[in-house]
Design a binder for this molecule. Structure first.
Ligand code: ATP
Ligand code: MG
Length: 226
């Protein structure tokens, strides 16, 4: 589903991510681990096309990532960034609704019952439905994180790229979120690539782990081998 080959690049001349290659299959969760600054977020940003690459290739569903139109890309890939720069004056519902943007064909006419259901389901799954009409800025850090996860889920994309999805979450919500992610992979066949800081948590929920060091793959394999 996701094929990354010799991926190299960063923010300037000096590459941050160096010659990274891996594959992820449908239904599989790949966890990315590594110290601060090892290039985990940069790698996700390069796969999501936010950063240009200097060398290598990214294929999603057998098609070069660069060949997708922005909307088609967003229907296929949901990205949860590590840092959120959103319009905080939106309500929770409006923020989750943004996840349906890739499916809209007109400005006012195309909102469907399916969009509504996707938004409601995503809010239920992340426990933010009861804040639907609350402004984002008046929620706690963990509640906001759950809203951004809901936005990514509402996208219903076959590939999810998650950068520290459990950021700011308490233990109970960490488990709830990771159970949800597991069910997206196991029951719905989604492909998941997710950055983690907690090795034990990653080992528990991921099928394989990729350890980054200085922008390179130090190890990749089954959780017990990494
Ligand atoms: P963390 O665990 O702290 O999230 P990370 O593994 O995700 O770390 P990256 O964010 O990928 O690390 O950063 C890798 C390197 O790229 C760092 O040395 C950092 O200084 C550099 N870097 C990150 N963002 C930028 C940016 N916007 N412009 C220039 N350099 C950057
Ligand atoms: Mg990071």
């Amino acid at each position: 589903m996701l094929h990354v080959q010799g991926l190299t690049g960063g923010y300037g001349k000096e590459p941050i991510v160096k010659n990274v290659s891996f594959d992820v299959q449908p239904g599989e969760i790949l966890g990315i681990l590594g110290p601060n600054g090892s290039g985990k977020s940069t790698l996700l940003k390069m796969i999501s096309g936010i950063l240009p690459k200097q060398a290598g290739s990214v294929e999603i569903a057998d098609k070069p990532a660069g060949n997708y139109s922005p909307k088609a890309f967003a229907r296929n890939v949901a990205v949860l960034p590590q840092m959120h720069a959103h319009a905080f004056s939106h309500t929770v519902r409006a923020t989750v609704e943004l996840g349906r943007y890739p499916y809209q064909t007109g400005l006012f006419s195309s909102w469907s019952a399916e969009d509504e259901a996707a938004v409601n389901h995503a809010m239920e799954r992340t426990g933010v439905a009861r804040y639907a009409n609350t402004l984002i800025e008046s929620l706690s850090g963990g509640e906001q994180q759950r809203v951004f996860v809901a936005q990514a889920l509402a996208q219903q994309a076959p590939l999810l790229l998650l950068d520290e999805p459990t950021n700011h979450l308490d233990i109970a919500y960490q488990q709830q979120l990771l159970d949800t992610v597991r069910s997206l992979a196991v029951d719905e066949g989604k492909t998941v690539v997710s950055v983690f800081h907690d090795v034990n948590l990653a080992a528990l929920y991921c099928d394989r782990l990729l350890l980054m060091e200085h922008g390179e793959i130090a190890k990749i394999g089954l959780p017990q081998d990494v």
